[in-house]
Design a binder for this molecule. Structure first.
Ligand code: MG
Ligand code: MG
Ligand code: MG
Length: 308
């Protein structure tokens, strides 16, 4: 029986490349066939990575139902981030670098979870653990996935393990100026022309169950967030709609400026005072600047969660 390998909904590069890299590794060391799949459309950033390393025609297939299947999860352990029927699948393993979520299993599993910058760094460690060489193209893609998740090493989630992995993977991939390539990737990621407010709000969007209250948090990582200034009201209007449609208490969107190293927070909430308390800020027109905030998992979720 095959094992389907996939990351979270609204897949980012860590999810897609992680599924590809982990499947390749497992296929070298296990008898079962591991198949990388995705839960939704890939981003422009991920398309850039696949294209760059000759994987454009090997994009993982869509898999939105997993009842009765064997699965391996990448980049999350939060149930809302997976298929609606995830409870009916057999989870054989997890690779992640987030807080432990609410996934439970009925059978034994392997779990590779570390508080480091990227699931791809954890997967790189697995390659070393199993003594399997990383193919050149996969090394290049893993390198960019780590550089994306760590915001080119600027994120507070980035560790020495991540920088070392990037340097080693760059060598395998034959990439000299990996920071330059990563910057090209972030420019692709920053494109907003022609995107609707909903496209932007959901580009990297996750819902969290916070003590039985639903909170949605989206993030746009850009090289210059001022291009979105004329559209902030439109984004807020759409956040109100998302809140109603999905029965959420709060919707937060982070406009993260990777050069200025901070995020403009947009807030729509039944009780905005919770968000002001979480970050110790006063909102003006439902907005606040959060200096130094680059990471949703490390600088946003842990502060919002206790308010619920
Ligand atoms: Mg992710
Ligand atoms: Mg990740
Ligand atoms: Mg991210």
């Amino acid at each position: 029986m095959s094992v389907y390998v996939f990351g979270h909904r609204n897949p980012d590069s860590d999810s897609i490349i992680g599924a590809i890299a982990l499947s390749y590794l497992k296929n070298q060391v296990e008898n079962e066939e591991y198949i990388p799949v995705k839960q939704g459309d890939i981003s422009a950033e991920t398309a850039f990575i696949l294209e760059k390393f000759g994987y454009a025609d090997k994009e993982p297939a869509l898999k939105t139902s997993v009842a009765g299947e064997k699965v391996y999860l990448v980049d999350s352990t939060d149930k809302p981030h997976f298929q609606d029927d995830i409870d009916e699948a057999t989870i054989v393993g997890i690779v992640d670098h987030h807080k432990l979520g609410d996934i439970i299993t009925s059978t034994p599993l392997e779990a590779w979870i570390r508080p480091i910058g990227s699931s791809n760094t954890v997967i790189y460690e697995m390659y070393r653990c199993y003594g399997v060489d990383v193919p050149k193209e996969i090394a290049g893609m893993m390198m960019l996935a780590i550089l994306s998740d760590t915001v080119i090493f600027k994120s507070p989630t980035c560790t020495k393990v991540d920088t070392k992995a990037v340097k080693e993977l760059a060598q395998i991939a034959g990439i000299e100026d990996y920071k330059q390539l990563a910057m090209e990737m972030f420019i692709v990621k920053s494109a907003v022309d022609g995107a609707s407010a909903r496209d932007l709000n959901t580009r990297d969007y996750k819902e969290f169950n916070m003590n039985s209250t639903k909170v949605g948090i989206g993030q746009l990582e850009m090289v210059d967030i001022t291009v979105l200034e004329p559209r902030e009201d439109e984004l807020l209007e759409d956040m109100k709609k998302m809140k109603e449609e999905n029965g959420l208490h709060t919707v937060l969107i982070l406009l993260t400026d990777i050069m200025k190293e901070g995020s403009k927070l947009l807030v729509v909430s039944d009780d905005a005072s919770k968000i002001e308390a979480a970050f110790n800020v006063k909102l003006e027109n439902n907005k606040a600047w959060l200096k130094g905030v680059l990471s949703r998992k490390k600088q946003v979720v842990p502060f919002v969660q206790p308010q619920f």
